[in-house]
Design a binder for this molecule. Sequence first.
Ligand code: SF4
Ligand code: SF4
Length: 371
Amino acid sequence: MIQTLHQVNTYDEELIYKAICASFADLDIAKDMRPGLKVVIKPNLVMAKSPDFPVTTHPTVIKAVVRWLKEHDITDITLAESSGGLYNAEYMNNVYRVCGMKQLEKELKLNDDFSAGTVHCQEGFTNHSFHIITPIIEADYIINICKLKTHAMTGYSGGIKNLFGTIPGLEKPQMHYLWPDIKDFSRMLLELARTVNPQLTVIDAIDAMEGNGPTGGTSHPLHLLLAARDFYTQDYFAAGLMGLNPMEIEMISQAVDAGLIKPDEIELKGDPIPENLTPFQVPDTKKLDFSFVLPGPLGKWFAKVAAKVLKSYPQLNKSLCVGCGKCAESCPAHIIQIKNRKAIFKKRGCISCFCCQEMCPMKAISVKKAL
Ligand code: SF4
Ligand code: SF4
């Protein structure tokens, strides 16, 4: 498995383009290109946030990939994403504008078809089908361009997790409600990833996010651009660069068990791994995770008891809340109400998915342990 890594210190257009050209040459992407190929780029535009923050894929990375595609005579290029929140023209146009995607409108099409269709899964999957946004279904070739981040629920967000944004709008919180347990949710994510099956995944880790990701954390620049065809093994590799133990990330550990990840087969091309990497801060939800304190069955029992006692809940900082209602809109358990321009949370029924924290534009929601 070829994994490329390039040191890129800033979002400089030429530096990024050079790194993309070198990566795609090492991965031999040119051999996949043919006239009339319908390419869809799936970025991470989780919310309307300026590219100055490490929340969304930086437009310069997308621009470099599009430039490479155009130089290989690919003209049918669409950017398609379903952010957190609604999936319609008004909502997505605002996301495109704030995230700096409108400046790319001359180079590629910003998706304006907000329909979705049903895609049947392989035999043996727990899910029989997924409801997926139309451009992804109709693509000949999918390029997954994600942002490297820690994540309150899944611990890590890279190539696999980015594909959750192929589920239309508010169906995503409903899926959290269907699979509140991290093991079930991770299995669903893997089955979705295997169904969407992007041909190429680029990770924007020039600036990355640590702490309360995917939206409420802080900047932790790695100054790196990663690319691979095998996005499962790439996630294992990238989590390691963040100082995380990949086997503690449920979706990665399940992918290892399923034989999708082969860490021993990584062939690194480009630059060497920098020596001065510092570990990422983990989200508050993971700070009291004791699942690895004790080995074997005793550890599992201890982790189960600890998980119940130490279950995390969202906590509102009222002074920061502006009553926008984005948390209530995204709560799959429907336990948030807006009264007098402030959010009110019922504790009963909370499945600790932290969609509310993810969608809060004011960072007004933090994590509280039950104990
Ligand atoms: S908690 Fe955040 S998302 Fe919810 S209403 Fe307040 S500001 Fe909006
Ligand atoms: S209150 Fe927040 S964490 Fe609890 S179920 Fe709703 S969105 Fe998820």
